[in-house]
Design a protein around this ligand. Structure first.
Ligand SMILES: Nc1ncnc2c1ncn2[C@@H]1O[C@H](COP(=O)(O)OP(=O)(O)OP(=O)(O)O)[C@@H](O)[C@H]1O
Ligand SMILES: [Mg+2]
Length: 236
């Protein structure tokens, strides 16, 4: 398992100031909402578009870190970290040329979620379009408010070809939540792609799951003012 690996290696030969680095925190107090799924897919989208990207896995379950261990591709790097060390890890990443950091967090961990939200440029809150999940989201929305960071609910695992996602989005908006205009459907590629350390966009390139992630990624880039692909220097 990575502990604090390549982020330090990046420093070798790099002169990037890292000033443009963006941090996206994925938080939800509800277990199984899709935090890790969102984290690995968005981070891979950023890495595939040429941005130097790392996931910081703040969840003691280490799901993203295990995914990183299974992954053959070098990027995104996955670093296991503790929330208390987050400012240090973010600083190291920035100093060593990272363009994009994705924070994966644990469920039922208010302090970790709050710390992650506090250092982030954008907070994404995955939520299933089911009654219990929609009810449970209030705590997470409150945490994002406390951190004073822009926060969007990302409806996840929405049954395709149904109005359920749209209805959930309308309900959340009525409650005052901001909802991302792109939702992720319940798709086999999201679950199967990660088995051997890949993602949907690598497991089934050009598939519907890959399309949804590409769209969500482009939208997220717009929210944090991050280029959706790297300048030429990074693509080599
Ligand atoms: N859009 C989707 N389509 C299909 N399966 C999904 C989707 N999103 C998540 N899953 C599956 O749902 C399960 C839970 O997802 P995930 O591990 O990402 O949630 P989590 O919020 O990180 O959970 P935890 O709170 O335990 O950290 C996993 O088996 C994952 O593969
Ligand atoms: Mg998880």
């Amino acid at each position: 398992m990575w502990t604090c690996g390549h982020i330090l290696v990046w420093s070798c030969g790099r002169v990037d100031t890292g000033q443009g680095m963006k941090t996206i925190a994925i938080i939800s107090q509800k277990g199984g909402a899709g935090k890790t799924t969102l984290a690995v897919h968005l981070a891979t989208a950023a890495a595939l578009s040429g941005l130097t990207t790392a996931i910081i896995d703040l969840d003691p379950q280490g799901t993203a870190a295990s995914w990183g261990d299974r992954r053959r591709a070098g990027e995104p790097e996955v670093i296991s970290g503790q929330a208390a060390r987050l400012p240090t890890l973010i600083e190291a990443a920035q100093a060593n040329g990272a363009d994009c950091i994705i924070l994966d967090t644990a469920p039922n961990a208010d302090q970790t979620a709050l710390r992650a939200a506090s250092v982030a440029d954008l907070v994404l809150i995955p939520c299933r379009a089911a009654m219990f999940d929609l009810e449970a989201i209030k705590t997470t929305l409150t945490l994002a408010q406390i951190a004073h960071k822009p926060a969007y609910v990302v409806l996840n695992a929405v049954p395709p070809r149904s109005g359920i996602g749209r209805e959930a989005a309308e309900g959340l908006t009525r409650q005052g939540a901001q909802v991302a205009p792109v939702m992720l459907s319940q798709r086999v590629a999201f679950a199967h792609g990660v088995i051997d350390g890949r993602t949907a966009q690598e497991f089934e390139p050009g598939g519907k799951a890959a399309e949804e992630i590409a769209e969500l990624y482009r939208w997220a880039c717009g929210r944090v003012d991050m280029p959706a692909s790297a300048p030429a220097r990074k693509v080599a």
